[in-house]
Write a protein that binds this ligand. Sequence first.
Ligand code: PHE
Length: 506
Amino acid sequence: MRLFATGRALRVNSARWSIASPRRSLIRIPLSHRPDALAVPRRALSSTAIRRTDEKATGANGTIINGQSYRKDEWTNTPETILSHVGRRLYLDENHPLAITRKLIESQFPTPIYGNYSEQNPVVSTELNFDVLGFPLDHPGRSRTDTYYINDKTVLRTHTSAHEQAYFQQMNRNEKTRPEEVGYTLVADVYRRDAIDRSHYPVFHQMEGARLWKRPETEPLKHSAETAAAIMKDVNSIPAHDVAVEDPNPTFHPERNPLQDGQHSVEETEAMAAHLKRSLEQMVIKIFTEASKAAASTAGAEPEPLKVRWVEAYFPWTSPSWELEVFWQGDWLEVLGCGIIRQNLLNNSDVPHRIGWAFGLGLERIAMLLFNIPDIRLFWSRDERFLSQFKAGQITRFEPFSKYPACYKDVAFWLPSASVSSGSAAGGAMPVHENDVMEIVREMAGNLVEDVQLIDEFTHPKTHRKSMCYRINYRSLERTLVNEEVNDLHEKVRGKLVDLLSVELR
Ligand code: PHE
């Protein structure tokens, strides 16, 4: 089962050497005010980010984000270093690689059929991020080790799908004024606690899109042949392409990838799937044709012929679901997740008489390929040597400026004994997770860390205590770090590991 397709591997059973400390159920990291610097006008911002309930705090103890104060509680785990990214809106800086990538994708979903939107406020309710989309209560995506909570009911969105309901509702509200707008794209910053390496950063960007069709209000299944025919007409207006597509599976499969029985007919599902596949193939082909042109222009070689393939997938709010992969420089690369939207979600979003599809993708991953950007931290750089290399509308290869020396340091420690448990972190006590180590490193050393790797792990045969050794690779993208500075940072990391995780340094 997949949790998220876009830019993150699923790690349900991965490095969770879960230890639940009996003394402390949550690692608390203080939050403080960070003003949001930018307010850039953008077409029809819908500001649908959060359903305002009782989340506003009145006292001085709230977390302030975008000028709003949110109450804190024992779920709060969002550090200031993360909040400082809110409001940067890199996708609006027209010469920034993320904005160039966004535009390229939006160009494949033009008006008036698709509205192209962005969502500024990353604070959303757990209801919109998870419940409305059908995430079960024990789903690992809800865990505090994976998600930044503002409080028990509020998170920094972990994906742009948190806005699906609001956009469907908006489509219904705009039915009279903008009847031709039956789809949308949406770009936004999303937040996930995760490993530290050159392709993972706790803040990244996603682009989501959806397309709906109306059905007759009474007995839609009786008229499903007409609905399907209308969708097929739209399919035939999407230009054909000549790229090789592997699609070995049936459109739906009763066990592995079911159609929504009783909700959608076979013809409707086939037609929507055809529209979704053709639209997304077209988009991906556009992107990767640009990427291979750019690659070939520097390498002086012929662009490689493109290959794409469809893989069955699972998302709680779509069925059937797929991922699209592209064969890129010798590997199959997962580019996006998508599927036929569950009718239940549409019924609950004021559009019960419509059916349709949705997709989501990670922008950094695509931009890294398009522009040959080797380290995800670079997207946040304010260094002119980075920023001056890109121009709106142009896909060019990044010329690395000198790489400053790396300096690695190891930290080895014993996990607290007698506290090994395998509890889920979705509620109740919070076990310590590898992501907690990552968070401490990020908190202490920020963007001066390139990656953190577990290099050794063993259990003592007699005491059964577990020892872990992590290698932290310090490197600045902008200057040479001096030894003292790195030693100092590393000491701070070691101290925090002891303070917050109760480990014993070795
Ligand atoms: N939100 C999913 C992710 O983060 C992608 C997705 C979007 C899947 C829409 C299906 C429909 O990977």
